[in-house]
Design a binder for this molecule. Structure first.
Ligand code: EPZ
Length: 427
């Protein structure tokens, strides 16, 4: 078990390049199941979750043609199996994105339900309801979704349908969009998720021959086709990683530039950073932030895109722990996404959590201490707080971190942070 050791108190200065988006790359890799032709993705981040996805796809019979230097090339000529086992789906919920493509291409799938995780129950009812409307027969047996879709008159597996999502679920929108790409007829997804990662998936599916309109809006229309071709596609920049490095500059009163970040993917977040007193410069090829001497307290309420992203809530909370007043953070997407609050309190923060509200009363300074990471974004918020704290902060269980951030300690050190990774004895 590794740990990250941060010695705080230094303003970060300099420039980092943002990696490719984890949450765009994962569905893109699963889209390769939809075709027997070669699919080649560039700017894929080097992350544990990407390696896990490669293993799962290979288990299904997909050839991993290339996987080096941020390129992943796959070819699913024919599939040997149709099962995504519990061990993999439990460790990486995005494995559930195998369901739609397997059903659309093969007409059958056995995919473990993801179960809950640290931040919430994470149900998949919207994925299942949508696939059922498209003609799939689904049953949950011993924690697995047993799914089949008999061929229609002209050989398709699924039929187009009108689907209205109760909540704009990112994963459900992605699963259903991929399934609909090979369905017979038209699928209309109402209240679809609008995240940039959805648009990136639709752009790649379009290059494969899919007919998709409205991706990025709340109404997505997909005309199914009989078969899809291969694709060469570059993954979009990771907006959450970018936001994380911008907070690193703001929380240390420094000045950081994130090359490759796209301001239009972070608008609500950047406006909040400015309200908190940071100077933000939106550039053609990146974003610059200059931290205030001391942040101002601003209320934050997470929402589906284009609202304030839940994946940047923990990072914003870290910033607000040293602000000049009281701020209320409301988490509307997940039911248990404040676990970082308890660890931030160990660093001297003054935070009161009540359900999905957290009241953050700013303190002058944080002071370093050993803390424990609980989930991907919580772990990075502890590093951010450590950068602003006096003396040393040790963050344990950083395997969470490696799922979503590529070499974060190297990137932070390049900005002048005193941060290093060490082998931790006890877990
Ligand atoms: C994606 O998860 C991201 N993961 C998450 O990022 C992100 O936090 C989330 O979208 C919201 O933006 C990937 O893209 C791999 P949802 P996903 O389905 O698709 C409820 C990170 O840190 N819901 O949009 O699982 C659900 O309970 C991760 O990178 C249902 O009720 O999120 C939640 O309350 C964490 N039924 C809300 O919708 C369903 O069938 C949003 O979930 C599906 C979801």
């Amino acid at each position: 078990m590794d740990k990250i050791v941060v010695r705080g108190g230094r303003p970060l200065r300099g420039e980092v390049s943002v990696s490719g988006s984890k949450n765009a790359a994962l569905p893109l890799l699963f889209a390769s199941l939809l075709t027997g032709e070669p699919c080649r993705f560039r700017n894929v981040p080097e992350l544990v979750d990407i390696r896990t996805t490669e293993r799962l796809l290979q288990d299904l019979g997909v050839d991993l043609v290339e996987s080096a230097g941020h390129v992943v090339a796959l070819r699913a000529r024919q599939l040997a199996r149709h099962e995504a086992p519990y061990e993999l789906v439990k460790t990486m919920r995005a494995s559930f994105l195998a369901l739609g493509p397997l059903l659309a291409r093969e007409g059958r799938a056995r995919v473990s339900t993801p179960g809950g995780c640290a931040i919430g129950a994470r149900p998949v009812n919207l994925h299942l309801a949508g696939l059922e409307k498209m003609g799939a027969r689904l049953e949950i047996v011993h924690g697995y979704v047993e799914a089949e879709a008999p061929r229609t008159a002209n050989g398709r597996r699924l039929r187009g349908a009108r689907i209205a999502l109760d909540t704009p679920s990112v994963g459900a929108t992605e699963n259903l969009m991929m399934a609909a790409a090979l369905a017979e007829g038209t699928t209309q997804i109402e209240n679809a998720a609008r995240e940039p990662e959805i648009e990136d998936l639709a752009a790649a599916l379009g290059k494969m021959g899919a007919h998709i309109e409205g991706a990025g809006s709340s109404a997505v229309r997909i005309e199914g086709v009989a078969a899809l071709g291969g694709v060469e596609h570059e993954v979009i920049a990771d907006r959450i990683e970018a936001g994380t490095f911008l907070v690193a500059g703001a929380i240390t009163g420094g000045e950081t530039v994130v090359r490759g970040a796209r301001a239009e993917h972070l608008d609500a977040f950047l406006l909040k950073l400015e309200e908190a007193g940071a100077a933000v410069e939106r550039m053609a090829d990146g974003i610059r932030v200059r931290g205030p001497a001391r942040p101002r307290s601003v209320d934050v309420r997470t929402a589906p895109f284009p609202g304030f992203p839940t994946d940047l809530q923990a990072q914003m909370m870290a910033l607000l722990t040293i602000a000049d007043g009281a701020a209320e953070i409301t988490e509307t997407i997940f039911e248990n996404r404040f676990m970082h609050a308890l660890e931030l309190v160990r660093l001297g923060a003054d935070i009161a959590v009540d359900g999905n509200h957290a009241m953050v009363r700013g303190v002058e300074r944080l002071s370093g201490a050993p803390v424990m990471a609980t989930d991907l974004r919580a772990s990075v918020s502890l590093i951010l707080a450590g950068l602003a704290a006096d003396n040393t902060t040790e963050i344990r269980r950083v395997y969470h971190l490696d799922r979503g951030y590529e070499r974060i300690e190297t990137k932070l050190a390049a900005l002048g942070a005193d941060v290093r990774r060490e082998k931790a004895g006890a877990p």
